[in-house]
Write a protein that binds this ligand. Structure first.
Ligand SMILES: *Cc1c(COP(=O)(O)O)cnc(C)c1O
Length: 386
């Protein structure tokens, strides 16, 4: 029998040899357009805080007030005594904002996706999933007793061929905005195919909610999708809302069903009420503040236009075409990516360095994420460095 440490150390060494070892940087400041690490200041192009709400004064105030009134710990799961009136208020206003019948909150987006697939997709069903879906959707499919097929990324022909298979229920599952590529799934056409083949559509709008659509209602507003066209909508509070937690929205029966049968809802402690209060505050900000979204899209367009002006000479390194806050620059090799990323950091800029297995082999990339909180000067500085 091998000793545990030697088993683990072998796996860690394998990962290090492949240049896939992950590391954590330790922030000494709040999440914002500038952050402090080891006493030094860095411009942050690596967070999902697309509207700059993670450190918003109104949010900080909302969480403080709720702490003063109700303490910190939620004490139990939602179905025991963990469900507070601020959770209920958050769910009600989400449903109203999204123009859906109902919404239910989850502790994280990861858990919401496990909940959806584990509870809805049963034996005899077929899950049909985009190849580049988020890891939590892949893991949710593993937890369900349904069969599962994948289709080439955003490929409607491949999707349709899988939809022709028979099953008790067919579930088509996709991200709206893909987290490592920034492209948007053709949800109007996907919804059309779901209707044609009597399949149910599940969409993870983690990177669309708060950002897409004039009002920030996300992919459903961007594509004008009704509750019957997109019956299972999932979104998170951790990205554009700058908070923490997630939700699923749809019919009353959908949220009641999840409440009864979703194991990652039933068997876990409720989100602290203070966190729900901060999410509630930020929901109000995204609803009432279209200027933030406008500034984000100005920044996205500015970044893209500046990159085009500079014309990268090296054709092996290129900016992927994306119209969202996620702007990947494909580098292709882990070593080159790590070097580039270190050079950016040495010059005071933080950008995500995404390697396999998060993305496919040889598609290692810098993942630039833009926020409404960035200034044009900060973007100029990044583009010049690149
Ligand atoms: C971040 C993310 C999740 C997970 O949400 P958390 O609240 O961070 O657990 C799920 N899906 C996608 C597409 C994401 O980007």
């Amino acid at each position: 029998m091998q000793n545990l440490d030697s088993i683990l150390s072998k796996k860690l060494t394998d990962r290090a040899v492949k240049l896939q070892m992950r590391d954590r940087i330790c922030l000494e400041s709040g999440q914002a357009n500038k952050v402090i690490i080891d006493g030094g200041e860095y411009i942050n192009f690596s967070s999902n805080d697309y509207l700059g709400l993670a450190s918003h004064p109104a949010t900080v105030n909302a969480i403080k007030q709720q702490l003063d009134q109700g303490g910190f710990g939620s004490g139990a799961s939602h179905l025991i005594t963990g469900h507070h009136q601020i959770h209920q208020k958050l769910e009600n206003s989400l449903a109203e904002f999204l123009q859906r019948d109902s919404a239910i909150t989850f502790s994280t987006g990861y858990m919401a996706n496990l909940a959806i697939l584990q509870s809805l997709a049963n034996k005899g069903d077929l899950i049909i999933a985009d190849k580049l879906n988020h890891a939590s959707l892949i893991d949710g499919a593993k937890l369900s007793n349904a069969d599962s097929l994948r289709y080439q990324h955003c490929d409607l022909i491949a999707l349709e061929s899988r939809l022709k298979k028979s099953a008790i229920n067919k579930w088509v599952v996709t991200d709206s905005v893909f987290s490592m590529d920034g492209d948007i799934a053709p949800l109007d056409k996907i919804a059309g195919l779901c209707k044609k083949y009597a399949a149910h559509l599940i969409v993870d709008d983690a990177h669309g909610f708060g950002v897409l659509g004039e009002q920030g209602r996300g992919c459903i507003e961007h594509f004008g999708l009704s509750q019957s066209e997109l019956p299972v909508l999932m979104g998170t509070f951790g990205k554009a809302l700058g908070g923490f937690g997630a939700f699923v929205s749809g019919s009353k029966n959908l949220t009641s069903y999840l409440m009864q049968f979703a194991r990652s809802y039933v068997y876990t402690t409720a989100l602290p009420a203070a966190v729900a209060a901060a999410n509630y505050c930020n929901l109000g900000i995204i609803r009432d503040n279209q200027l933030l979204r406008r500034k984000l899209f100005e920044n996205i367009n500015y970044f893209k236009s500046q990159c085009v002006n500079h014309k990268y000479k090296n054709t092996k390194i290129y900016l992927v075409s994306s119209n969202t806050a996620i702007q990947p620059i494909i580098v292709g090799e882990s070593k080159k990516l790590i070097d580039l990323n270190r050079k950016l950091k040495d010059n005071g800029v933080l950008v995500g360095a995404i390697r396999p297995p998060t993305v496919a082999a040889n598609s290692d990339r810098l993942r630039v994420t833009l926020s409404a909180s960035h200034s044009f000067e900060e973007i100029d500085y990044l583009v010049n460095l690149l």
